[in-house]
Design a binder for this molecule. Structure first.
Ligand code: ZN
Length: 148
């Protein structure tokens, strides 16, 4: 249906060009020329579009591959005889079967936050901070200390 409509529009535009240039080239010659030129132009435009889509999809694929490579880890089997490379995602269940010992394993991902900033020395232990009413900020009071 789209092809028929495109052909109809192309023919219509060709006829209009043919009619407009009938005194220069003749009606039939002008119509054929306009028809041919439209085909060439549409071919060039569609080639450009296809090329652009291919470049975009190649770039997208490269970015996806880069992201997948970031999750690649080496895992040593508990049997000690086999180490394999796998892409691990924290929220996806990962299982593998060792080629050497033929046991099946599930891989758990542990995420451990580690303090990397330097804590300020306030001469207080965490135990004191937990029990001292002056150091514990009351969540029922606002910044000036008035009761909400
Ligand atoms: Zn093993």
């Amino acid at each position: 249906m789209i092809i028929a409509r495109s052909l109809f529009l192309t023919l219509l535009i060709s006829l209009l060009f043919g009619f407009a240039l009938r005194n220069v080239f003749g009606l039939l010659e002008s119509t054929c020329l306009a028809f041919g030129i439209q085909f060439v132009v549409s071919f060039i435009i569609s080639s450009y579009k296809i090329n652009r889509i291919q470049i975009l999809s190649t770039e997208f694929q490269a970015e996806i591959d880069q992201l997948i490579n970031l999750s690649e880890v080496n895992i040593a089997c508990p049997c000690g005889n086999y180490t394999f490379t796998e892409n691990i995602f924290p929220n996806v269940l990962s299982t593998y079967t060792c080629e050497k010992c033929n046991n099946e394993f599930k891989i758990d991902v542990n995420i451990t936050p580690t303090l990397i900033t330097n804590p300020i020395d306030v001469n207080k232990a965490f135990v004191d901070i937990g029990t001292d009413p002056n150091l514990v900020q009351d969540s029922n009071k606002d910044a000036e200390g008035t009761e909400l």
